[in-house]
Design a protein around this ligand. Structure first.
Ligand SMILES: [Cu+2]
Length: 362
């Protein structure tokens, strides 16, 4: 645990180191908002040799209600699903605890450094808070609601380090093709606990389900390929990104691998202001393996009820200062809403994502 916090702290420290020269907007050059992807896309751009960038992103995610495949489920429908832990430890035959609402807030601090005009190094650390409200039904059977409870976890997440490699001819920042190879290190905790209301009407402190843990516990490879091109007032881009878990964590599982494809178009009103529309399709696999300490009559304790296919539509605004004290400061906002959700359910569904970010190159 201490090692995790030390690693996370070291990465944050590295990310915050403000060395530097060569301002992005210096020399009378205009900086274009569209030269970075919408703020929800990361590892999209690279920097010139010797240039630093600091960034802070806040991400909010709201989940509400449940779904299996493409069908929404009421709590009374969720509790008809079998409880995989019913045998042998005298647990109820069907699910009894149904998550109803969950919010996740992430604070991400990142640093980038242009090692050469072709290669940019990147590091990112995060701190997160997850909160979940659930309904407990009386055990062992029936539809009597016993009550509700809330669990909450705060902590450092995993740290990401890596490099972005330019594949284009390097002639202009308005057009880039970048391949990134990032590695996620297991600095986040996997054994967070909180108090829950059981179907026997007792309050027990238990290890929280997979989705509530801040860390993955695994070393993950995160490759991506991003391309962006500017045409007059318009800019279009796309990214393919994957997350591949390289091992099983100490608790006996790995979160699901994932693949995401996204494409955007941005229109620039002025070089300093652009709006973007983006579509993101993502496929996430189930949790692979099982943590024997996560055992409860709830869907969230079942590794099979994770992952699925989703499509999200996102609307964004990108701002960059071109004069005075705001020169070179970037601000981005992006709001995402679901278009399609086909989940390995029953599972909570994501209803809204919001990303707000600041970036500054030196
Ligand atoms: Cu950057």
């Amino acid at each position: 645990m201490n090692t995790r916090y030390l690693l996370a702290g070291a990465a944050l420290g590295l990310a915050l180191t403000p060395a530097a020269h060569a301002h992005e907007g210096d020399g009378g050059n205009v900086t274009y908002a569209t030269d970075h992807a919408p703020i929800g896309v990361s590892a999209d751009h690279r920097h010139n040799k010797g240039e630093w960038m600091l960034s802070y992103r806040y991400m909010y995610m709201d989940m509400g209600g449940n779904r299996d495949g493409t069908n929404s489920l009421s709590p009374e429908e969720v509790i008809t699903y079998p409880n995989r832990f019913s045998n042998p430890p005298m647990m109820p035959p069907t699910l009894r605890v149904v998550p109803e609402e969950m919010t996740m807030q992430m604070h991400m601090v990142g640093g980038m450094y242009g090692l050469t005009d072709r290669v940019t190094l990147m590091a990112m650390g995060m701190y997160m808070t997850k909160e979940m409200d659930a309904i407990t039904f009386q055990g062992p059977m029936g539809t009597t609601r016993l009550g509700e409870f809330t669990t909450e976890v705060s902590g450092f997440g995993d740290v990401t380090l890596g490099a972005i490699f330019g594949l284009d001819d390097g002639a202009t920042p308005h057009s880039q093709v970048n391949a990134a190879l990032m590695v996620s290190l297991p600095t986040g905790s996997l054994d967070e606990t909180d108090e829950v209301l059981t179907p026997m009407n007792t309050r027990n402190t238990v290890r929280l389900p997979y989705g509530m843990q801040p860390g993955s516990g695994t070393v993950d490879l995160k490759p991506s390929l991003t391309a962006r091109q500017r045409f007059g007032d318009w800019s279009i881009g796309g990214q393919l990104a994957g997350v591949f878990r390289l091992n099983e964590n100490d608790e006996g599982y790995a979160r699901g691998d994932s693949l995401a494809a996204t494409a955007w178009a941005a229109y620039e009103f002025t070089p300093s202001l652009s709006v973007s529309g983006r579509v993101k399709a993502q496929s996430v696999e189930k949790v692979d393996g099982i943590d024997p300490n996560i055992m409860a009559p709830t869907q969230a304790a079942n590794p099979d009820f994770y992952g699925g296919d989703t499509v999200e539509a996102l609307l964004g605004i990108n701002l960059v200062g071109n004069s005075g004290a705001l020169s070179g400061h970037r601000l981005g906002v992006e709001l995402g809403l679901p278009v399609y959700r086909n989940l390995n359910g029953p599972q909570m569904e994501t209803d809204l994502t919001l990303t707000v970010g600041w970036q500054k190159a030196f």
